[in-house]
Ligand binder design. Structure first.
Ligand SMILES: Cc1cc2nc3c(=O)[nH]c(=O)nc-3n(C[C@H](O)[C@H](O)[C@H](O)COP(=O)(O)OP(=O)(O)OC[C@H]3O[C@@H](n4cnc5c(N)ncnc54)[C@H](O)[C@@H]3O)c2cc1C
Length: 457
């Protein structure tokens, strides 16, 4: 079969939406802009807390069209953002509280899915980062220390030696690993479609192909009509600058490839029985999963950023990125026949300090949640509940978390932005090559320079 490239994602093809277009109502209590996970969770909690609330979701394309229907399916407890930055502003105890809230949020998502009958191939196999160099092993030890300092418990972060990793799955050259057992594998489009079904059953109006073109206090204008509203939640993540303008967030690309379903003979050699979400400790990080229909999915950053904050459209992947992902797949699992079936990409929303923010303007009764930086599958649920508390002026444990009104600064104008992001990614790739070639035990200075350039330190 020829490789399918683009077409939003393998997940969205598996779960096509076939719902007739809903009219845009003239009035609402809450308008949600964006039909991704942030928007759908916001609508869900709005009607769950008060079933009489009139909620309208306006989505430019179809629900799940953005990152929420294209991602790697890791429902992970990791924070969206740089813990040191949050701690500098709000203190370490606030970051610990944030971490506990994120870990609880995995439980919350799974509980809702169970209660509402949403089947998204969820399997709690944990998240396994594999080190294939000595520098990577040292880095995983440091990462674990950081996790413990910022709110993880001992049993939530387990170091594994090489044989223990290889007993789980045969990643070539594995020297050690770090396991976070809470993380759960999902099919992201099944979650999005399931949530949309639940919302429609509860009377939420989801208007697809309704692109919002302007927002003002109390009125949201879309390509299919305007809505007068009490509250507005902007949930457009990497698409936020295209809607609101400004340089708060840039869209950074992440690309994925899946194989054809693999035969049982291959799985007997690879293992991967627990369906761990698999990553590695390299600087050019990749994320993988074994899908419910027995494919291997590999994702990574590839060509990171399009000049002028360009958006990915239907997600075609360039040849260089595709070749890099395929190389990584074969380097993890050499000697196997791993035919590729589908490649696609999407964009993550990244702020200047890589921290997410839940923002609220009481004057316009508008809230914004964005900047999940590739860690949004779980965080969007927490953001949604926080956003609703903010919109209704409640002071809760959630509104005290350090991402509330977090000011990340602004990205540089072009061409500096393009040069900086591309430069940082090149340094990460060079650092990986250097560590692999020298068998170094220490993280390369090139990676440190890349982190500084990207705003990660
Ligand atoms: C390839 C990839 C892999 C990823 N893997 C993971 C992972 O494994 N784990 C993890 O935690 N995170 C992952 N992420 C990040 C995660 O998917 C996102 O953080 C999360 O889905 C963001 O959800 P959202 O609803 O905020 O944004 P989105 O899902 O992007 O939704 C925004 C929606 O707004 C709509 N929209 C845009 N403009 C307008 C407008 N003007 N009017 C109306 N609607 C508009 C878009 O069409 C879109 O549907 C990944 C992201 C990508 C791209």
């Amino acid at each position: 079969m020829p490789l399918r490239n683009g077409e939003v994602s393998h997940w969205m093809r598996r779960h096509p939406g076939d719902v007739p277009l809903a009219e845009v109502p003239a009035t609402a209590d809450l308008v949600v802009v964006g039909g991704g996970l942030t928007g759908l969770w916001t609508a869900y909690y709005a009607v769950r807390r008060d079933p009489g609330t009139r909620v309208v979701v306006l989505e430019a394309e179809q629900v799940g069209y953005g990152a929420s229907g294209r991602n790697g399916g890791w429902m992970s407890p990791l924070l969206p953002g740089n813990r040191a930055v949050y701690a500098r502003r709000a203190g370490a105890p606030a970051v610990v509280a944030f971490q506990r809230a994120m870990t609880d949020t995995v439980e919350e998502c799974l509980a809702v899915m169970e209660r509402e009958g949403i089947e998204a191939d969820q399997v709690r196999g944990g998240q396994l980062s594999v080190a294939r160099t000595e520098a990577g092993v040292a880095r995983l030890r440091d990462v674990r220390e950081g996790h413990l300092r910022y709110g993880f418990r001992e049993e939530e972060v387990r170091l594994l030696d090489g044989p223990a990793v290889r007993a789980r799955l045969a990643v070539d050259g594995a020297r050690g690993g770090l396991l976070l057992p809470v993380t759960t594998r999902i099919d992201p489009a099944a979650l999005v479609r399931g949530l949309a079904r639940v919302l429609r059953e509860r009377g939420v109006t989801i208007c697809e192909q309704a692109r919002v073109t302007s927002l003002s206090s109390g009125t949201v204008v879309s390509s299919r009509g305007s809505v007068r509203t009490n509250h507005t939640a902007v949930c457009a993540e990497a698409y936020t600058p295209a809607l609101l303008g400004g340089r708060d967030v840039v869209p950074v690309s992440s690309a994925i490839v899946v194989t054809e379903p693999l035969p049982q003979a291959t799985w007997q050699q690879i293992g991967w029985e627990a369906r761990e979400c698999l990553g590695d400790a390299a600087h050019t990080f990749v994320y993988c999963q074994r899908t419910a229909d027995d494919r291997i999915l590999v994702g990574g950053r590839g060509t990171p950023y399009a000049f002028g904050s360009g958006l990915p459209g239907d997600g075609e992947v360039d040849a260089r990125t595709l070749a890099a992902l395929e190389r990584r797949l074969h380097s993890f699992f050499p000697g196997h026949d791993l035919p590729l079936a589908h490649a696609w990409r999407g964009v993550i929303g990244v702020t200047r300090d890589w921290c997410a923010g839940v923002l609220h303007d009481p004057a316009t009764r508008t809230g914004v949640a964005r900047g999940f930086a590739g860690h949004g599958v779980t965080a969007t649920n927490l953001a949604a509940r926080t956003l609703l508390d903010r919109l209704h002026g409640r002071r809760t444990a959630l509104t005290a978390l350090p991402w509330n009104d977090h000011d990340s600064g602004r990205w540089e104008p072009e061409p500096l932005r393009w040069l900086g992001i591309h430069g940082a990614y090149r340094l990460f790739a060079a650092a990986d090559r250097w560590e692999e070639a020298r068998g170094s035990r220490r993280t390369s200075l090139l990676a440190r320079a890349g982190s500084r350039m990207a705003g990660l330190e």
